[in-house]
Design a protein around this ligand. Structure first.
Ligand code: AHR
Length: 854
């Protein structure tokens, strides 16, 4: 059941051998199969059945009919929805036996698409080399005697010529239009499924076709296994009654494992930061919202006034925050984040910057007003001069037994200007006095995260790290210093980042909860799903221009200096000290890149950054990336290959996968075959796709096996962490919240159990349970050499009770049991505790997870 991945790997190497055997070391431009004999050759047609369908392969069957085998690859260019299209693919079988494809991505981008494959199955890497003209249509190519390629395409400025290196990594467009005749665009044609298509015809060995067919069959079988769901259990296990199982622990097989296995992934997605963990209660406090953040937004969004709000930009508070509001006589109100939730008898720190616009001294009355119009707290200010000055007051919400809770939960801030003239106002801020450890984070949310006892916190993303286009890449130094000087930006998740929750706050939070900071920054390329820039160039947009890369590499070095340096000698460390943290933050890890497509621009830039870090800070653990999907995705394969080739500067690889519960249950052996000498694994984003106990069980089964492999898997983090109700960019998430309540999911309980009871050694254990599928029960034994504690986790993902008898480990009566159970469809579960009632016997109810502390 768990050997599928291995099988695929075997098939791949089988093909590699077959392909070489078939094509030999052909030096000629056209590979010749004639030596194999007529019966061993078949004809294939490579084409695209539609712009969203990607590249397909069909073969000519014995009845001379074309049969489609499936999709070989699809275009990864640009945004989901509007892009990811492939037009007029042209495929060539190169003289070295590899396959090359070019296509056009749309009719306005200044690029073509190029990809190569060794086996027609895994296409890598996909590059979108930039051209001097927009609208690069119908590219075609020829291979030269020296192995390089001549590519031609149509454009509004005539036909163009591009020369490609034989590794298909460098593409150089001729300055002059090409004079080549249009006749070279003549294509092969075939009728597949009754429709007529243009494409390319090839002869390939039957062995190769059979490998391709096997591959698709294996993929199909994997898909069927991965569709396993606990909803089918009543039928599948209808004859199953209470079970007895034996767990055998083999102390002789104990190995050291990572003591940082379970952490958290924090991304500002679904209002996780502004409006979430960052405790600021005023929305758009900086008047910097704009149309690019979100369609229809402007500097006055979330603010209300009887007349249009006057916004100005001259003589701003900070060049990074150019907009501010101008007050004359009209009231200004802020709606908060879906209202402002306050608590009776609590204090709130109110502040703003203002300046009189003239010689008149304006006065401001500020009040917190409940939903029912009741005034909850107020303060008065007299503005002193014409220069920006910060004003502060503590607003105490009156204890009022008669105030309806709803009214407190939906308050608003009201500013009433008094007196002649006008005043400018900016950075209007309201924080609860009571934040997590006094560091400005919302207490209940921070406590819920802290209760996971995460060993590390990854931040600030996710896709938010690499950003929507080059101009949206997250620059960490834009997020430190005085809040008004930080550089706000649009959030790739379609809202605004104030950067109030910046790198200082992230590092402080890590320290407050005893977790290692794991910042992940862009590898010099934005998200491959980025929208178009002004020239209509989307996706990775060619990456940060090479001329700017030294400065970008320096940003990583500055970060390490800022986090760890000595304020007496380092200007960056001094900024940290000035912000209130003279002691170093002891940064040990840095992530470079977030699930990027492993393109040439990515590889070139990633290497520059990793080299720069390792040259100056060889002890920093550098984490690379392997695309957005697991094996056998091309980015995964190429990302790992790249990391292994550069293991001297890449210590760990970040893997991402969001999958069905069935996938997790049927890939419990996923890490068994990983190379122990290569880079370590960071499973940076994973989750099974329900919000129910079924996911919590599947993830618990999986984590038992991850622990078994925690000599190679160093870190894991469920993703995403937080989502605000009404603002979900993603589902499921680990923790949901609104302005007053926090709701954890069953998966949260799994994370807590594996993180709170963690260790640094793993002892092998096996389960004997006749007649039940092995993927529904799991055990894992970890021990912590620092505390001397041993933990046995048991997972029962069956609809019946299982009585476990444990051998090889002494579990005395009274040992503490922690865990949860329920029904697969339950959206809520809670951890319960009990104790062992009979030495070495533990009974697990249906669908349950237990941790036994020894
Ligand atoms: O976790 C949500 C998103 O999923 C992340 O931003 C991205 O890295 C992944 O695609």
């Amino acid at each position: 059941m768990f050997t599928h991945q291995l099988k695929m790997k075997k098939l791949l190497s089988f093909l590699a051998v077959a392909a070489v055997a078939a094509i030999g070391n052909a030096q000629s431009v056209k590979p010749a199969y004639s030596v194999l004999g007529k019966d061993t050759i078949c004809q294939v047609f490579i084409y695209s059945p539609g712009d969203r369908a990607g590249l397909h392969l069909a073969y000519l069957d014995d009845n001379d009919r074309w049969q489609d085998v499936g999709q070989l690859c699809s275009s990864d260019y640009g945004r989901w929805g509007s892009e990811k299209r492939m037009y007029h693919p042209f495929v060539l079988h190169a003289s070295d036996g590899t396959w090359r494809a070019v296509w056009s991505v749309n009719d306005y981008a200044p690029c073509i698409a190029a990809a190569y494959s060794e086996d027609l199955i895994t296409w890598r890497p996909q590059d979108y080399p930039q051209m001097s003209v927009q609208g690069c249509r119908k590219p075609i190519m020829f291979q030269m005697e020296d192995g390089t390629f001549d590519i031609y395409f149509h454009s509004d400025k005539g036909n163009r010529y591009v020369h490609a290196s034989n590794d298909f990594r460098t593409f150089k467009e001729d300055e002059e239009p090409s004079t080549i005749e249009d006749v070279v665009w003549t294509r092969d044609t075939a009728t597949v499924g009754g429709k007529h298509y243009e494409g390319n015809l090839f002869d390939i060995p039957k062995l190769h076709l059979s490998y391709i067919n096997d591959y698709f069959r294996a993929l199909g079988a994997d898909g069927i296994m991965s569709s396993e769901s606990m909803a089918q259990d009543s039928e599948r296990f209808k004859t199953l009654t209470g079970l007895k199982a034996r767990v055998t622990v083999d102390k002789a097989q104990t190995k050291a494992i990572s003591d940082k296995l379970v952490g958290v992934f924090f991304e500002d997605i679904s209002y996780a930061a502004d409006g979430g963990l960052y405790a600021e209660l005023i929305q758009n406090r900086d008047f910097e919202y704009n149309e690019r953040d979100h369609k229809g937004w402007s500097p006055s969004t979330a603010w209300h006034s009887p007349k249009p709000i006057k916004i100005a930009t001259d003589n701003p508070l900070s060049k990074n925050n150019p907009h501010y509001a101008v007050l004359a006589t009209d009231t200004l109100q802020n709606e908060g984040w879906d209202g402002i939730a306050v608590k009776s008898s609590q204090q709130y720190a109110f502040s703003f910057y203002a300046r009189n616009l003239g010689t008149d001294k304006k006065q401001l009355q500020v009040a917190l007003v409940g939903d029912d119009g009741r005034e909850l707290a107020k303060a008065k200010f007299k503005l002193q001069g014409e220069g920006w000055t910060q004003y502060r007051a503590l607003l105490s919400v009156k204890a009022d037994k008669n105030a309806p809770t709803e009214s407190l939960h939906n308050a608003r801030l009201v500013i009433v200007p008094k007196g002649e003239g006008e005043a400018a106002i900016d950075m209007v801020s309201l924080f609860p006095q009571d934040t997590y450890k006094g560091h400005g984070l919302r207490k209940d949310l921070a406590e819920t995260i802290a209760a996971l006892k995460p060993k590390f916190v990854r931040f600030p993303g996710g896709c938010m790290s690499h950003g929507d286009g080059l101009d949206n890449i997250y620059h960490w130094h834009h997020t430190i210093g005085r809040p008004e000087d930080r550089v706000p930006d649009r959030n790739i998740w379609n809202y605004h980042q104030t950067r109030g929750l910046g790198f200082y706050e992230y590092f402080q939070f890590c320290e407050d909860i005893g977790a290692e900071p794991l910042p992940v920054l862009a590898a010099g390329v934005p998200c491959q799903n980025s929208s178009n820039n002004a020239c209509g160039y989307g996706g990775q947009q060619g990456g940060i221009p090479m001329a700017d890369m030294p400065a970008y590499c320096q940003e990583f070095l500055n970060l390490i200096e800022w986090a760890n340096g000595d304020p007496a000698t380092s200007k960056w460390a001094k900024m940290r000290a000035d912000a209130g943290h003279p002691a170093p933050f002891h940064l040990k890890y840095i992530g470079v890149g977030n699930e990027d497509i492993i393109s040439t621009p990515f590889e070139e830039r990633c290497l520059m950054i990793c080299k720069a870090i390792k040259e100056k800070y060889p002890d920093i653990i550098v984490c690379g990336t392997a695309g957005p999907f697991h094996y056998p995705s091309a980015d995964y394969i190429e990302g790992w290959k790249f990391a292994k080739e550069h293991h001297n500067i890449i210590d760990m690889v970040d893997e991402h996968y969001y999958e069905s519960t069935g996938w997790f249950m049927n890939h419990l052996d996923y890490y068994d075959h990983y190379d122990r000498k290569g880079p370590k694994v960071y499973v940076g984003e994973y989750a099974s796709r329900t919000r129910t106990l079924e996911s919590a069980l599947a993830e618990a089964l999986f984590l038992c096996h991850v622990e078994r492999n925690a000599d190679v898997v160093s870190m894991t983090s469920y993703a995403p962490l937080l989502a605000k109700d009404g603002h979900h960019n993603w589902n499921p998430d680990l923790i949901y919240f609104d302005n007053t309540a926090v709701t954890t999911t069953p998966s949260y309980e799994t994370q807590r159990l594996f993180s709170a009871y963690s260790g640094d050694h793993y002892t092998a254990s096996t389960i004997t349970a006749p007649d039940v599928p092995a993927n529904r029960l799991a055990s894992s034994v970890v021990s912590d050499s620092k505390t001397g504690k041993t933990y046995l986790r048991l997972v029962n993902a069956l609809p019946v009770e299982v009585d476990f008898e444990v051998g090889g480990l002494s579990i005395p009566t009274g040992s503490r049991i922690t865990g949860f159970s329920g029904l697969p469809a339950d959206k809520k579960t809670e951890t319960v505790t009990s104790s062992v009632t009979k030495d070495n016997h533990i009974s697990l109810p249906p669908y349950s997870v237990r941790n036994i502390e020894i």
